[in-house]
Write a protein that binds this ligand. Structure first.
Ligand SMILES: Cc1cc2nc3c(=O)[nH]c(=O)nc-3n(C[C@H](O)[C@H](O)[C@H](O)COP(=O)(O)OP(=O)(O)OC[C@H]3O[C@@H](n4cnc5c(N)ncnc54)[C@H](O)[C@@H]3O)c2cc1C
Length: 490
């Protein structure tokens, strides 16, 4: 609490989407008082993202949340796409070389349950309509007022907080709106794909794709529940008007034929190809994360993943500053590390959006790229980028890269991260002794092997990124840099 000033919580998180809930869970894991507010009175069960990229699966695994997510998954896709090119994930260096098909609402349910189990407070039906901040606190106004030391704006692409603070959102406006709906279809159509239990187990999912000469495309994906589908299609619409039932019927018949009979529309909306990113992820005591900080054309299924990983990067840092173990300067690394990752996703999705243009020049570009992406090196590099596994936070590799999970003594290294602490994996006991004064913040683990040759020990941040490779890097310096001063009593 701020001396002399009453606050309702250390942090108010605005938005109970995947970004807000991931951040709130990370804060509660470290005992930070956190209130999440969301304008929705209940979680929306349909719409939006449908996939987890491999790195996001690893992130959930680092907190022991992956099994709960897998239990709710609807299957898997053994790779991704960069427009014309398939990017197989099978050769990626991860335990999860596929995209998990997990409806966004299911991920939110997993995160919300963990947040509440950790003693967090969630207020639904709570819309923020004003925000003010001074040197020590920030106050959000809604049905009542909440004052905190920090606010996290995780309130989506049309973020109220961003607008209320007058933060610019530079980039390009939407040129086209696409239609998306979660629908129930009558059985009987010839090619109607069904998701079988076997496909679910094999992590394979069949989608029915259609493309027309004018560049219009459609995708029909089955949910696990028989008869339930997601349809996505483009029909060169330039306004974000309401979707009518008749438009969906027309879209279905146009792309798939008249024997596709619509029963129900459970959700319908439009999304555009706007591409924008705030210039700075922090404004005073307010942090922007997820779609509130960046929006883009949803090619390759990267948006939700980007937001969850923003939250995973910010959570432990904000907690370390609030609990007094680290100086405020640690928070600068949130923008420094995550802004370039967001910019790269914007670049990738802009390129994919451009490649949709139907003319001779773009056709030539598509063909050249297709050939290029058939070369193993280029294909692998693009797959590593889209999967999130290539993300590195600077330094000389392996510093900055993620720790690839590995087994030692019959258990996976990832389990050591469940408490949310940093982890020191050491082959030589002397390094564990050296790290003893940081034992309250760093779990020391003796291992018989390390995935990097020539390393005696690896110091890893709570978000799974390596911050020292010993003996190349000095362990004490890295411990102080990332975890603060040693405990005097240890
Ligand atoms: C059609 C479509 C398909 C997509 N497919 C994929 C995909 O396959 N893979 C992928 O990774 N991404 C995908 N995305 C992107 C993904 O859905 C978003 O990136 C993700 O939802 C961002 O999460 P978020 O938590 O940042 O924001 P949101 O999910 O938008 O959550 C924001 C929350 O804030 C709340 N809120 C808003 N304003 C206020 C306020 N003033 N006061 C209180 N609460 C407020 C909202 O109710 C909401 O719950 C897709 C997006 C679209 C549109």
């Amino acid at each position: 609490m701020v001396e002399g000033q009453a606050t309702d919580a250390d942090v108010v998180v605005v938005g109970a989407g995947p970004t807000g809930l991931m951040l709130a869970t990370e804060l509660r894991l470290r005992g930070v008082t956190t209130i999440v507010v969301d304008r929705l009175t209940q979680r929306s069960e349909f719409g939006k993202a449908l996939n987890l990229q491999p790195r996001t699966a690893e992130v959930l695994d680092l907190r022991g949340l992956l099994t709960a997510a897998q239990d709710r998954a609807e299957g898997g896709i053994p790779g991704s796409h960069f427009t014309v090119a398939f990017l197989p994930y099978t050769s990626l260096d991860t335990r999860y070389p596929y995209q998990m098909v997990l409806p966004q609402a299911q991920l939110e349910a997993v995160l919300e349950q963990r947040f509440l189990e950790l003693g967090g407070e969630l207020r639904r039906g709570w819309t923020v309509d004003d925000v003010q901040q001074d040197e020590n606190t920030v106050t959000v106004h809604g049905p009542d007022t909440l004052t905190a030391r920090y606010v996290a704006a995780c309130d989506g692409g049309r973020s109220s907080i961003r607008k209320l603070l007058g933060v610019d959102f530079p980039g390009t406006a939407a040129t086209e709106y696409f239609t998306m709906a979660d629908i129930r279809l009558s059985p009987g159509a010839k090619e109607l794909p069904q998701l079988t239990e076997q496909q679910r187990e094999r992590r394979s999912m069949r989608r029915l794709r259609r493309a027309e000469p004018d560049g219009s495309t459609a995708n029909l994906l089955p949910y696990a529940e028989p008869g339930l589908y997601r349809i996505l299609y483009s029909d060169h619409r330039t306004t974000r008007d309401e979707v009518t039932r008749q438009q969906i019927v027309d879209g279905l018949h146009r792309f798939y034929g008249d024997d596709y009979q619509l029963q129900d529309v459970l959700y319908a909306g439009r999304f555009g190809d706007a591409s924008r990113q705030v210039e700075h992820y922090r404004t005073g005591r307010v942090f922007l994360a997820g779609d509130a900080a960046h929006i883009h054309f949803p090619a390759g299924g990267q948006g939700l993943n980007l937001g969850v990983q923003d939250a995973f990067n910010l959570g432990w840092k904000l907690a370390a500053v609030i609990t007094g173990t680290m100086a405020e300067t640690l928070l600068d690394t949130y923008h420094a590390e995550r802004h370039p990752v967001g910019a790269q996703v914007l670049e990738n999705t802009r390129a994919q959006n451009t490649l949709r243009i139907q003319d001779a020049n773009h056709e030539a570009l598509r063909r050249v790229l297709e050939r290029l992406l058939q070369t193993p090196e280029a294909n692998q590099a693009m797959a590593e980028t889209t999967s999130g596994l290539a993300i590195s936070y600077g330094g000389e590799a392996p510093v900055g890269t993620r720790l690839r999970d590995f087994e030692s003594g019959g258990s996976w290294a990832s389990t050591a991260f469940h408490t949310g602490h940093g982890v020191l994996l050491a082959r030589k006991p002397q390094y564990l002794e050296q790290a003893q004064p940081w034992a309250s913040r760093v779990v020391g683990l003796h291992v018989d092997n390390l995935p990097l040759p020539g390393c005696d020990a690896l110091l890893v941040r709570p978000d799974g990124h390596i911050c020292a490779a010993v003996p190349h890097d000095d362990l004490t310096t890295a411990l102080s840099t990332w975890f603060g001063a040693p405990d005097t009593t240890a």
